[in-house]
Ligand binder design. Structure first.
Ligand code: NAD
Length: 497
């Protein structure tokens, strides 16, 4: 059995694991390997390696750090297909989608290639007589990343390229469901010339996470995952004195106004609702129709669903793959049961789908509910599967109140041809990322990504300029040099000029 283990101080950790967990190929349901599950001693070994590497790495010239990022970027480009295949094998998403995931991670690496520019400080000459003031940004020390199963390449790459380029060292705890791709990243970083100990991986579950949250030598924690765990990580890590950014779950609404282009809206609802089998934090899970929009939109959505091809991610023509585990598939199916019994109108039912030749796979077909109301569990909870709910609203204001009343605030979108309505929406809505005729508004790497409300804890969004701020702390230097003027002792507060 293939065992996926830790990467510590530039090499594979070869001590036998006390605990392991299963890794599956979701398209077949077969167990493809096992993953070592770290406890406190493996976490401590990784943090020690990172701590030791920090003093040298923080002093490495910016040009060297940049050159290593450039070399890593080249290796990633060369190996992107291998990486995508690995994603498909352990996560289940289609190969095309996996290539897109690698691309979005790569863009953060490209952003980090520009770190010398990004770390430039301010300088003010002669703020007082012979006095200059300037700022520098310095790394924090050892940073840790804890990441979810749904983007096993991209989400870690939202974190470590920037953390490392800023001069930190890093300990990554990937999801235990699809751990292999992080190992490939470690090997590529080593090949690119990254010194041992700068990037480390501990595979594991809650035990590894708890060891990270309490380790005295970890300065900062980046987390991406579900809201209850994000809240827990935020509370534990801040209690232990760490800087924390913790991104949580989502329930993303897409409003369709009566004047929208209904073909465009139907394409968007199906792509954003069922892409990656709904296992995206920016997936649309609720379509909010205003006025008579539902009657014109829904037939078009159903037409598209009839043509949607569900199958193994590596098969030609597959548009939607399986869910991550059998347990998750069953959990999503139980929400379909609940939606039916709570009185929503089930228009498409994915529960009976069978993919020929892949009967053991964790598949669930696309499911569509109409006339969903905000008290139903299919509306309230993050389902994280291919289940799209339609809520009908009588007015624009009712739709806005619905979204603003939802505890999540990751992404949202409005579909309309009315510029004024779109502009009002972007201003009125209490959500961190807003799409206007764009269903999944994920910013490119030179902006930052982050929701509002229960979709994020802590003061920093992730990657982009906010990433640089998160992984550094500012220092302000006030210098008088040379200082030919001796004014003697003065206990007063300086008055400049
Ligand atoms: P999850 O919260 O179950 O797991 C995330 C990480 O936390 C994993 O590394 C896991 O090992 C660890 N973990 C799980 N249970 C834990 C516990 N009890 N104590 C400590 N650590 C624990 O999330 P998931 O199922 O892997 O991923 C899906 C979730 O991630 C969804 O809620 C999705 O919306 C969210 N997500 C959010 C974003 C975002 O940018 N906001 C991006 C991707 C995914």
């Amino acid at each position: 059995m293939n065992t996926i283990t830790h990467w510590i101080d530039g090499r594979t950790w070869d001590e036998a694991a006390e605990r392991t967990g299963p890794v599956f190929n979701p398209a077949t349901g077969a167990r493809s390997g096992e993953v070592a599950l770290a406890g406190p001693s493996e976490v401590d070994a990784a943090v020690r390696a990172a701590r030791q590497a920090f003093e040298g790495w923080r002093r490495a010239p910016l040009t060297r750090r940049q050159n290593i990022m450039f070399a890593y970027r080249e290796l990633l480009v060369r190996r992107r297909l291998d990486m995508a295949r690995m994603l498909t094998a352990e996560h289940g998403k289609t190969l095309d989608d996996a290539l897109g995931e690698v691309q979005r991670g790569l863009e953060v690496v490209e952003f980090a290639c520009n770190i010398a520019h990004l770390l430039k400080g301010d300088f003010s000459e002669q703020v007082s007589r012979e006095v200059d003031t300037f700022t520098i940004r310095q790394p924090l020390g050892v940073a840790a990343g804890i990441t979810p199963f749904n983007f096993p390449a991209m989400v870690p790459m939202w974190m470590f390229p920037i953390a490392i380029a800023c001069g930190n060292t890093f300990v990554l705890k990937p999801s235990e469901r699809d751990p292999s791709v992080s190992r490939l990243n470690a090997e590529l970083l080593a090949e690119a010339g990254l010194p041992d100990g700068v990037f480390n991986i501990v595979q594991g579950d809650k035990q590894a996470v708890d060891a990270i949250l309490t380790h005295p030598d970890i300065a900062a924690v980046s987390f991406v995952g579900s809201t209850p765990i994000a809240r827990y990580v935020y509370e534990q890590a801040t209690r232990n004195g760490k800087r924390v950014q913790a991104l949580g779950g989502a329930k993303n609404h897409m409003i369709v106004l009566p004047d929208a282009d209904m073909d465009l809206a139907a394409d968007a609802a199906v792509s954003a609702g069922y892409g990656s089998a709904g296992e995206r934090c920016m997936a649309i899970s609720v379509v909010v129709t205003v006025g008579d929009a539902a009657d014109r939109l829904l037939p078009k959505v159903r037409e598209r669903l009839a043509d949607l091809v569900v199958g193994p991610g590596d098969a030609e023509g597959s548009q939607m793959g399986p869910l991550i585990t059998a347990a998750h598939r069953d959990r999503v199916a139980s929400y379909i049961d609940a939606g039916e019994s709570e009185g929503a109108v089930l228009m498409e039912d994915g529960r009976s789908l069978v993919v020929a030749g892949h009967e053991g796979g964790f598949f669930l077909g696309p499911t569509l509910f109409d006339r969903v109301s905000s008290d139903m569990s299919i509306y309230r909870d993050e389902i994280f599967g291919p289940v799209l709910s339609v809520v009908r609203c009588g007015s624009y204001q009712e739709a806005i109140d619905l979204i603003n009343g939802n505890p999540y605030g990751n992404g949202t979108a409005v579909f309309t041809n009315d510029g004024g309505a779109a502009r009002k929406f972007q201003s009125d809505i209490s959500v961190g990322m807003v799409g206007i005729n764009v269903p999944i508004p994920v910013p490119l790497a030179f902006y930052s990504f982050g929701g509002w409300k229960d979709s994020i804890f802590g003061g920093h969004s992730i990657y982009g300029p906010e990433g640089v701020h998160f992984y550094t702390r500012p220092k302000v230097v006030i210098s008088r040099w040379p200082d030919p003027i001796h004014r003697g002792v003065d206990l007063g507060f300086p008055q400049h000029g």
